[in-house]
Design a protein around this ligand. Structure first.
Ligand code: GLA
Length: 385
């Protein structure tokens, strides 16, 4: 244990202080798991947001605010047991409110794009807010990433936080009152589990996800180009120039999109011979999982060679949007004044296919009264030496 971690462990032991900082060192073995609540700040309308710190018995922490259901920080140990934050984020609520490119946020009602913000369900047309050139993206101008959720700690032997939100009939153009519950659980086995549920009182469409930007170097030291990715997906959805799927499911074999074997992300990210890479300015596409059943199954592994950190992703969803932070340009100042540049993070947004409401051949995203939308995604951390 180095000097800093000894001091930190002492501080933790004296008076049972619970640390809420985003970066920490190896914890004392007798660390207790739990959940702490602190005031996080005020929104423009005077309502207050809180920050919840979940800690597991291994010393990992997840910080979540009920503003946007945002995962504000997530620490994970490297191969030497050093805990560091593996996500991008901001130091204050004010920045999340002002300009957040969806860091850590819950996304709804519909993760990803709906073409021209229009769809017709049971013969009834809906017109959604258009907020991404000509399309609707991530639920609109005020998506679930920008609303204040009601937070309730969940009793149990692992720290968990329940967030609920009722989206009104017509919100951002969607039909039906939608009641949404999301539970974040920080498991003993260094996994962050996210359970989503929703019900409606009118036929509608739903596609919920989380938009955390990961960088396993810890503290976003470098780009994610040296991260090594495996994706259990043998097809992906080619897109048009506005990133709407063409409707085709294209085999990844022989393309820059083949991650069926562990591959360094930077190897083919700028493959200028592939128009899909050009449209996404890198990777910003939806991969169709080889096992597209509703079972919880491992779908992705990310390995960062310097730290030894490994993240595995499991989901009940049929697809995942792999995005490589192509739109980050250094203009966003993150934690501790650090500018987040292009490709400083990767997102693995588990989801249904983009634009499904307009593609009858895609797995359905329709939710009807009496049905319950239910999905689970788990991000688990380990190390490889
Ligand atoms: C998703 C989209 C991207 C981009 C990011 C947020 O991953 O597919 O095109 O909009 O969200 O910047």
């Amino acid at each position: 244990m180095n000097q800093r971690s000894t001091l930190l462990s002492l501080a933790l032991l004296i008076g049972g202080i619970t640390m809420t900082s985003c970066t920490s060192n190896k914890p004392a073995d007798d660390q207790k798991s739990g959940l702490e609540k602190a005031a996080y700040g005020q929104l423009h309308d005077g309502r207050s947001a809180d920050l919840y710190t979940l800690r597991n018995s291994a010393g990992m922490t997840a910080q979540i605010t009920n503003y946007g259901g945002i995962l504000v920080g997530l620490t994970a140990p490297d191969k030497d047991g050093q805990f560091e934050d593996v996500t991008l984020g901001f130091d204050s609520l004010t920045t999340y409110v002002k300009s957040n490119p969806y860091f850590g946020a819950l996304i709804g009602r519909y993760g990803n794009r709906i073409a021209k913000g229009k769809f017709t369900l049971d013969g009834k047309p809906s017109t959604l807010v258009v907020n991404n050139t000509v399309n609707h993206l991530h639920g609109g101008t005020v998506g679930f990433d920008k609303v204040l959720w009601t937070a309730t700690p969940v009793e149990g032997d692992e720290p968990a936080l329940k967030l609920t939100y009722t989206s009104k009939d017509g919100e951002e153009g969607y039909p039906g009152n939608l009641s949404v519950t999301v539970v974040y659980t920080l498991q003993k086995d260094n996994a962050l589990k996210i359970d989503y549920e929703a019900t409606t009182d009118k036929p509608t469409v739903v596609n919920l996800t989380n938009h955390t930007y990961f960088n396993l170097t810890g503290g976003a030291k470098r780009t994610i180009l040296d991260h090594v990715l495996t994706l259990n997906a043998d097809r992906f959805l080619p897109v048009n120039e506005t990133l709407i799927p063409t409707g085709q499911l294209k085999p990844v074999s022989g393309t820059a999109f083949d991650f069926t074997k562990a591959t360094r992300i930077g190897d083919r990210i700028d493959d200028s011979t592939d128009v899909q890479i050009k449209y996404g300015m890198g990777y910003d596409h939806c991969w169709v999982l080889s096992d597209s059943s509703h079972n919880l199954k491992p779908i992705a592994t990310v390995f960062e060679p310097t730290s030894g950190r490994v993240m595995t992703v499991q989901t009940t969803e049929p697809a995942v949007q792999f995005y490589t932070g192509n739109f980050l340009d250094g203009s966003v100042t993150g934690r501790e004044g650090f500018p987040y540049k292009r490709r400083y993070a990767l997102c693995l947004e588990t989801e249904h296919y983009p634009n499904s409401p307009n593609q009858p051949a895609f797995p359905t995203t329709v939710l009807r009264p009496g049905q319950t939308y239910k999905t689970t995604t788990i991000y688990q951390f380990s190390v490889k030496k």
